[in-house]
Design a protein around this ligand. Sequence first.
Ligand SMILES: Cc1ncc(COP(=O)(O)O)c(C=O)c1O
Length: 392
Amino acid sequence: MYNELKVPPRILLGPGPTIANPRVLKAMTTPMLGYMDVDFVEIMDDVVTLLREVYGTKNKLTFPISGTGTSGMEAALANIVEPGDRVIVGVNGYFGGRIADIAERCGAVVTPVKAEWGDIIQPEQIIDVCDKVSPKLVAIVHGETSTGILQPLDDIIDITRKYGAFFLADCVTTLGGQPVDIDERGIDIAYSCTQKCLAGPPGLSPVSFSERVVDAIRKRKTRIQSFYLDVELLEEYWTGDTRKYHHTVSMSLIYAIREALRIIQEEGQSARYIRHEQNAAALIAGAEAIGLKPVAAARYRLPMLTTLRIPEGIDDATMRNRLLQDYNIEIGGGLGVFAGKAWRIGLMGDAANEQNVLLVLNAIEKLLIEFGVTVEPGTAVSAAAAVYHNSE
Ligand SMILES: Cc1ncc(COP(=O)(O)O)c(C=O)c1O
């Protein structure tokens, strides 16, 4: 006999998943409906409308794909890329690398535009490559979760337009925590996830395709290899007056995202973005006060994910294990070139709050002192608290 499922009350302050809002978890216990039930279709319509709001778009083709953020990435690339198409991908971290990999699997001739991990992609780099390859698509990660960089998009989008290409933004980490503004910026394809700044469970990837892209997809010369991710088929299920079965979506996850988006609407988008920024500022003030250095330059920091260099002589795994065992706090380790060299602290969705900032700073400071670092007890929390006082 197995015991009833019970998990420890973790405080998830890593790169995602984050803590799911209790209202979202409650919504997931709503009974199942048939996938074509008129009442369920109404719920789907709500999700589409609310998603358009948070994405800042009127794009008709805006809906959640079944699967995590990577399914949105696959859907985006599988639908727009045909074999032989030229695709430029900004690679300044782990997830840019994944986009390049998937684009290649779709048959694209990929030109990576590289920058050091922790730096941004410069618009001039994109111009240089556009001159050489005449791309169909330029793909950039808006919030690089592996490095803590918030990539400026506007200049690169202008360049992309000038060269007549489509622009794709990976908004897995940014949606719900920073403005994406699809229509205002002129993003053609965006995808995200539910387990970060939307404060839901993993399992859906909200995507949005501009009319321009939909038009190009309709004119493809070759059939999309994936049935499951074919947006023309999905469109027939998600939009329009007569719906057509495509696959059995997870009702529980659709209930979850609807509630998550309702919560964002209640809080207000700009209040939510400011909340993410203020909590990140307090976290960084506290961390710097005890000698922890952020990886990203101040101008390009991702508010929902802060990367901090691990001080000399401190063992990454020991610190993260002790945080988990002693304080129930999960923070992320470094990926790729930052493995063992940086910590990734996420303040995403509901988790971006003063209580968590003070908790994690206090825990890290106590452990650093135990590991032999000279710090006056209370330094980190006081520095963070000062940020909150000053913003009142
Ligand atoms: C920027 C970015 N893109 C893509 C992904 C992949 O998303 P998922 O793990 O939900 O499939 C992640 C995951 O953390 C991410 O941070």
